[in-house]
Design a protein around this ligand. Sequence first.
Ligand code: G4P
Length: 351
Amino acid sequence: MANTNKKNSGNIKGKRERYSNKQNQNKSKNKNNKRNYDVKAQRMESKRIRRERKPVEDNSKSENSQYIQWFPGHMTKTKRKIQSDLKLVDAVAEIIDARIPVSSRNPDLTELIGNKPRVILMNKCDLADPSSTKKWKEYFKSCGIRAIELDCKSGVGINNFVSATKDVLSDKIAVWQSKGMVNRSLRVMIVGIPNVGKSTFINRISKTSKAKTEDRPGVTRGNQWFTLSSGGVNIDLLDTPGVLWPRFDDRVTGEMLAFTGAVKDDVTDSEMLALRLIEYFKESPPKIFCERFDLTPENISSMPPLEILESVAKKRGMLISGGEPDTLRASVMLLDEFRSAKLGRLTLELP
Ligand code: G4P
């Protein structure tokens, strides 16, 4: 707390200047781009990634040529493993975060799984805006992909998983039946970037269906299978073979993952992140955010983000010596309230 106060008291003015300079730079760089990327947070993120990952420049991304696309060394291994294990399954269940359906998907997966039937599990629907989730479902449907809504924490929607899997495999099931294979299990690989809720999904579905864990010898050696039976259907779930990292194509992806907490807070700057979140709110001010902090949509669209953050701090009585608003504490609180849906069920990416 002492450090926090010291940091804040010494830096409020400088911070305001830095932020407004950054704003001006961003404005001139990206006049028509509402997503003015947070240079500082991204730089910190890049540093961490650079430590952990082997850089590969993707020259095909001319639009984002200033960004380097980082692939972790072990990502190649995971991709190879997914590719080889695809032979063992009939379908793929891709778990995504319903609040950020773009940034929580690794776009390479589509290429990897090719024509294999797929179900998208839009998890954390309890935190996402229901009407946006509906739009996403329709969007996926228009792309010929079956998507279901899930809240693995409470179990809402979990029962739709089996029927959705049966649906996407209906042609295969018909062929098996014509060959007399009536009780064949449906084999499904679970994939998703970290933090989307894969473990929670497996735990939840194991509770609602009769499930047992198996480490099958031979061809599936080392793979974790969960066998479950529900409504007369047997499903063999194969847990993700390795870590499927998100792809940081641009700064927005990193930012979205940081907003939702998928990127650890210790590698991001909470204040800059909170200010960026407030900027997103400017596009369509969330009602609960306005109510909680006595702000109006007009205030939000006219006030600079730092001023909004300061007013949030004041509203919560978060002050440091000298009566200055404690913007660092307010930032941490704001991010926390966003992540736990206290600011309402919000979806940050629309189809
Ligand atoms: P992963 O295996 O894909 O890495 O994700 P994991 O299941 O570990 O879930 C990551 C976090 O997301 C966990 O929170 C988990 O509780 C939460 N979560 C998963 N599914 C849902 C959901 O449908 N709704 C909500 N609201 N949260 C969900 P955590 O804070 O890391 O752990 P915990 O304190 O909840 O145990």
